[in-house]
Design a protein around this ligand. Structure first.
Ligand SMILES: [Zn+2]
Length: 82
């Protein structure tokens, strides 16, 4: 299972069936021998929550950055007043 996945990442144009180990072109959708689906459907579905998480982190970091700038201005203003 893991060896088949490594082969897929090493050679971009070749797909390897995880069940029987037969090699196919990148466009192949099904294994001709055991009819295993060769399209990585779970990976595309897994991308959605990661993008949502990344967006949430971006918003969080933006708010943290704004808070940091405001705190900096507040401290600078306090120092200038003295
Ligand atoms: Zn197969």
């Amino acid at each position: 299972m893991n060896m088949a996945e490594n082969n897929m990442t090493e050679e971009k144009n070749i797909k390897v069936c995880p069940v029987c180990g037969l090699e196919y072109s990148e466009k192949a959708e099904f294994c001709k021998k055991c009819e295993t689906v060769l399209i990585d459907k779970p990976k595309s579905e897994a991308k959605v929550p990661t993008d949502y998480k990344r967006l949430f982190l971006m918003v969080l970091y933006t708010f943290l950055f704004i808070g940091f700038i405001m705190a900096l201005y507040y401290i600078l203003g306090w120092m200038m007043a003295r």
